[in-house]
Ligand binder design. Sequence first.
Ligand code: FAD
Length: 364
Amino acid sequence: MAHALALRGWRVSVFDPAWGARPPEAGHLAAALTPLLARDDSPRARLSRAGALRAAARWAPWVDGGIVDRCGTVQLAKSDEKEAGMRAMLAELGFPADWACPVTREEASALAGCPTARGGVYFPGGLRVRPRQLGAALLSRPGIAVRAARVARIEALPADVPSGRRWRAIDGDGATLAEAEIVVLANAAEAPRLLAASGLAATGGELPGFFGQKAIAGQITLLPAQAAAWHPPHCVVAGDGYVLPAVDGMCVAGSTYVHDAPRAVATAEGHAVNLERAGRLLPELAGAGLDPSASMGWAGWRAVLPGRLPVIGESPVHGGLWAASGYASRGLSWSALGGDILAAFLEGEPMVLEGDLLRMIAWR
Ligand SMILES: Cc1cc2nc3c(=O)[nH]c(=O)nc-3n(C[C@H](O)[C@H](O)[C@H](O)COP(=O)(O)OP(=O)(O)OC[C@H]3O[C@@H](n4cnc5c(N)ncnc54)[C@H](O)[C@@H]3O)c2cc1C
């Protein structure tokens, strides 16, 4: 969001208590951006295609420099029958081969550089991203000031403020962090809580749609890429779970979904789930004897809305108040798109998304 605005010359203040709290190498080592396919080319599939294309355009300066790797993704079928189904679906959808094409097990294995369990679909544009480094690179753009601070509440300024500023962000001590024309709540599952703390939860008696948002915990597992018993993939290998190409000698395998978890923590049980899934994608891994109790990983939260579509839009009640939340398991797919949607609205640029999709992700 901040990067998209700064690209258009806006001055942006970003507040996040997590900023600078951990070194860039900590946390989420690497993540995948793979577009979604659906036989009926569902709204979510179309939105993910738009998001993948936006991300490829916006992150071009960092591609293949270690932060964003255009390594491609092979999405494996879950059974031989489903592999034939994927082939038929691709023939129906008619995408160009440089977007998505069917691959046999042999072709998938050749692309991955190691044996895969099956064939499926190859996305040449699949990305492996280092999220923390990408975030830092995007936020280093001139015009963006980042501060480690938690916004406790926001309040609307009187309509006649001559500066045109409409919103004030306030910290837990009651101090003003910033005043601005536009405020964007880009704080995942905390967005509804911040609205409630600000007395802005009710819109004519109704709660905004994203108050149905749930925080779902999950973890990834780090696989040592130098182990003798298996060869790490050269591209993202996905299916029920995924394994990413190595970063700093480690491959990320993921990921688990833990509903109603009190905390997001990486556990040996979670590693066992990830290793089992990874072994079903890459048969060498199944026989590599990796020990879940000796594995390392990372755990975090996903903010998930019913339908697993994000909310990206302006409050229907409060002008200048935006939400970019509910990114669920596809934060990379929605992030560049979200920024360009906001910026296109503010700048009167041609919209980057069809109207029906915009309405589906609108703040209602
Ligand atoms: C195990 C796991 C694996 C994943 N793998 C992938 C993947 O491969 N590809 C992918 O695309 N996605 C993946 N995701 C999902 C991805 O992490 C999320 O979609 C993404 O992080 C959402 O981004 P966000 O900025 O909306 O929220 P977050 O990344 O959760 O960031 C929200 C930020 O808001 C800050 N904040 C909260 N409240 C306040 C406040 N009051 N004031 C100021 N700041 C505040 C928090 O400190 C936090 O830093 C994965 C998630 C998990 C858990």
